[in-house]
Design a protein around this ligand. Sequence first.
Ligand code: NAG
Ligand code: NAG
Ligand code: NAG
Ligand code: NAG
Ligand code: NAG
Ligand code: NAG
Ligand code: NAG
Length: 917
Amino acid sequence: MKTHFFVLLLSLTFLSLQDSTPPFFTSANRDTQNLISFKAALSNPSLLQNWLPNQNPCTFTGVECHETTNRVSSIGLGNIPLTCDFHPVATFLLTLESLESLSLKSANISGSISFPPGSKCSSVLSYLDLSQNSLSGSVSGIATLRSCPALKSFNLSGNSIEFSVLEEKSSGLRGLSFELLDLSFNKIVGSNAVPFILSEGCNELKHLSLKGNKVSGDIDFSSCKNLQYLDVSENNFSSSVPSFGKCLALEHLDISANKFHGDLGHAIGGCAKLNLLNVTSNNFSGPIPVLPTASLQSLSLGGNLFVGDIPLHLMDACPGLVMLDLSSNNLTGSVPSSLGSCTSLETFDISTNNLTGELPVDTLLKMTSLKRLDLAYNAFGGGLPDSFSQHTSLQSLDLSSNSLFGSIPTGLCKGPSNNLKELYLQNNRFTGSVPDTLSNCSQLTALHLSFNYLTGTIPSSLGSLYELRDLNLWFNQLHGEIPPELMNIKALETLILDFNELTGVIPSGISNCTNLKWISLSNNRLSGEIPESIGKLRSLTILKLSNNSFYGRIPPGLGDCRSLIWLDLNSNFLNGTIPPELFKQSGRIAVNFIRGKRYVYLKNDKSEQCHGEGNLLEFAGIRLEQLSRISSNHPCNFSRVYGEYTRPTFNDNGSMIFLDLSYNMLSGSIPAAIGSMSFLYVLILGHNNLSGNIPQEIGKLTGLDILDLSNNRLEGIIPQSMTGLSLLSEIDMSNNHLTGMIPEGGQFVTFLNHSFLNNEGLCGIPLPPCGSASGSSSNLGHQKSRRRQASLAGSVAMGLLFSLFCIFGLLIVAVEMKKRKKKKDSALDIYIDSRSHSDTANTAWKLTGREALSISLTTFESKPLRKLTFADLIEATNGFHNDSLIGSGGFGDVYKAELKDGSIVAIKKLIHISEIW
Ligand SMILES: *[C@@H]1O[C@H](CO)[C@@H](O)[C@H](O)[C@H]1NC(C)=O
Ligand SMILES: *[C@@H]1O[C@H](CO)[C@@H](O)[C@H](O)[C@H]1NC(C)=O
Ligand SMILES: *[C@@H]1O[C@H](CO)[C@@H](O)[C@H](O)[C@H]1NC(C)=O
Ligand SMILES: *[C@@H]1O[C@H](CO)[C@@H](O)[C@H](O)[C@H]1NC(C)=O
Ligand SMILES: *[C@@H]1O[C@H](CO)[C@@H](O)[C@H](O)[C@H]1NC(C)=O
Ligand SMILES: *[C@@H]1O[C@H](CO)[C@@H](O)[C@H](O)[C@H]1NC(C)=O
Ligand SMILES: *[C@@H]1O[C@H](CO)[C@@H](O)[C@H](O)[C@H]1NC(C)=O
């Protein structure tokens, strides 16, 4: 009894003691303890140095307290790589009793979101930012945050949150009424995600972003009467445009990059407060609807199927409209003059439509705020009048691929306050000379005048454009020399002057332009030696000097160009030997320099007067149809055309991918060092004076697809090592002094005899058998069976359209030139997105019926192959499924497939374009 009393007394005393202590001391102490426990859970606690036990937490880095209570009210530890699981965040931070705001943006937090049952979340926590972490797990983890009753704003952008089918039956986010929820850039998939998220209703929601997920399904926001900001762009929606009900609050609506369709005008008609509307890249069709324009500042309707004129009702948005993008539709007619009332307009993009008439210069001049004007890829005619020069606010002017003619105004950039940075006039019909007054445009970074009919010389005054990065003047009729003054432009990155009538030499000052990445001077009348100092251009990635009159040796210094992947010197008078130094960078090239440049590659037809393997050309802003203009003044017919954007993907281990030295006077032997270029795809050394043996090392070029050593004086045997070149699809060894038996096996079974003609000593398939003196009868039998196999493989090849092009890094997707009737072939209508296997990702392949696949086959087993159809291959590889992927052999993915007869084959998937002209 005594003891009991004592115990009771003691505890009473204790309680009263606690009551009488100043409140902040113990509770702040509790905050400190929580924070210290959190610190202890980090893998690197030293990041929070001044978080110490027994200290006032209000002095801790990133911690803020209420002034009156001294309780922790806000924590911001963004961009500190805390590196911990979500669990300590929930246990020690979310439970801080007075916490209102917690920001752990980009703090390297992983694990899944869940609030531990039994703990008590701060009842005043309203703001939580966990964006840019590695949080995973499912959306339903968010539901456990209903323990935090005051949570209003939650940012989970840039994590790996998923949504699984199982969750469809759960109670969703009931109990949570967010005002702001940002789930952008996660891994949320499926058609039930939006109903799940909105299960509590939509009364409170003001801001919702699901951008960059794969959400689909029908969605309805008509009950979200407070919704101000909605971004569902970059998802998989393919339904009709959602309903927004009365839409009283909506200011920002971005539904771009989906497949929405339907009546846009009706769906958003009531959204009177709409400030930004972005429906870019959807399937809206018909005439542009009447839109709520009262508050509209930014309107993007590009990449849809809108037809008809630019409607006059759009002008109701002026003068408030700042941005108008109608590009890539099918709009016709002319630009209405009432657009002149859009005096605040800064960006006006109507490119890639079918608009006609003269350039609406007077209307454009009234748009006095205009900074970016893009009228490219339309059918505007007439001239570019000098009065256009009065537009001094303009920074970027793109008139490429229209039908403009007359001369380029000399008055451009007349005023001292001009701001022009980009001038794109390529692919028009401009005549006259390149005005030397363009040097007034002192801020110019891009000057594209290619594909016109310009005459005269390149003005040396352009050398004063110190900011200039692109000087692209190819396919004109310019003559005279390349002005040495151009080499004062230190910023220069691309110098593209092909297909002119230029004479003289490459100015030696070129080595001063150390930012040069792409030099293309082919098809001129340039001569002199290639300056040795060109090796100082460390960023030089593409050098094309073909079809000129350069002489002397190939400068060994070129081997110092640490980024060179494309070297085309064909059809000059170069002599001397192939310098082994050229291959010095093999295995070390890390090309990231040249990215996103549009190009075409024209594969030559191999006719007598057509030299070189093919032509790589800069192609920004030029219509493909216009290529016929090249064939009109060039002896070559192109057998195939490929176009894409450059995107090299080496990882410090690259090598040259294209080397064409044909039609020169090179002598000596082929250096063994050539074998170091493990990514080389095209090697063309034909039509020189090369002698000696073919080096064994050539067998190390495992990525090689096209090899031409023809018309030299090579002797000895074809190295057996070459049978290992499993991707080789074209070979030409004709007109040499080679001897011995053509190697057996590998791709050699597929080559025809013209590849080996005129070598007095060569024998064996596909040439006549080697002399019976050397062949035993068993050997003959063996050869017979090989021949049968070869012809079978040959028929497979014919059936499947062999050979192809696919450049690693500079990957080339087929483009068809002549509009051809789309073949009804559903088997070809597949979409293969190689980004889904990121280790081999270098491209996205879109294959349509027009773009046939090319496939080369190599048997794993030595069974002869049957004739296969494309459908057989789709089936055998399970639609080129990742599971069948066995490698990405340099330039294309290789799949293993089991055919119906049980044989196993390797299939290299490439893209092919059938003959165009
Ligand atoms: C982020 O966390 C992971 C483990 O989850 C760790 O491997 C990585 O090094 C951390 N990153 C940084 C920048 O601390
Ligand atoms: C969410 O976080 C991301 C990345 O930190 C940020 O870009 C975005 O603006 C945030 N969302 C909101 C609504 O603040
Ligand atoms: C509109 O959406 C497209 C595609 O998602 C995007 O590239 C563009 O920047 C957006 N424009 C504006 C003004 O938000
Ligand atoms: C564009 O419109 C014209 C006439 O309205 C039509 O003939 C043509 O097929 C359309 N083109 C596309 C790509 O929709
Ligand atoms: C552009 O319009 C003309 C005539 O109006 C038509 O012949 C042509 O096919 C159209 N081009 C496209 C790409 O729709
Ligand atoms: C390269 O530039 C330097 C000064 O920047 C100049 O002295 C030199 O003459 C230039 N070289 C050539 C070959 O023009
Ligand atoms: C290369 O040609 C030049 C003249 O163009 C000549 O002077 C030189 O001797 C030649 N070199 C070789 C190795 O043939």
